[in-house]
Write a new protein. Structure first.
Length: 148
């Protein structure tokens, strides 16, 4: 699903994150990632320039089964070039845990996150496809999540 931002009607997909139970090392027990997390992404920049966004206030509820990461997220705020957009929630998709590496999408590959997890935080890189006023922007930037 695509995140959409339009000047009168705002609709967006958002991001999500993961975690672990070791403070600085690899995840020793993947189920320790289960629980609530606060996700943010700063400095999402369009590949061709012209659009810069930040994401804050997303709450992720993560569930781990084996090496599969699933769950949902509630919306927060996306600010693109000074315009604030309140977002809806959705589902975590394509989530996988391998060692301390986490990979997941917010609803679809249009919001793809890859990173690493330690005890109470996760961080990595996001690749996001946003449609703004009918123009699609491929965005990249860093994300972070901390245990709530």
């Amino acid at each position: 699903m695509r995140a959409l931002i339009a000047l009168g009607l705002f609709s967006c997909l958002t991001a999500l994150a993961c975690h672990s139970n070791s403070t600085t090392g690899p995840i020793s027990n993947a189920t320790s990632l289960s629980g609530k997390w606060i996700y943010s992404a700063g400095n999402l920049s369009s590949v061709g320039g012209g659009l810069s966004c930040s994401v804050s206030g997303f709450t992720l509820t993560l569930v781990v089964s084996g090496t599969t990461l699933s769950g949902n997220y509630t919306g927060g705020n996306i600010n693109c070039n000074g315009n604030n957009v309140t977002t809806q929630g959705g589902a975590l998709a394509n989530g996988v845990i391998s060692g301390s590496t986490v990979v997941f999408d917010l609803d679809s590959p249009d919001w793809h996150n890859v990173g690493s997890a330690t005890t109470n935080s996760m961080s990595g890189n996001a690749s996001v496809l946003l449609a703004v006023n009918g123009t699609e922007y491929q965005m990249t930037g860093a994300w972070i999540a901390t245990r709530q």
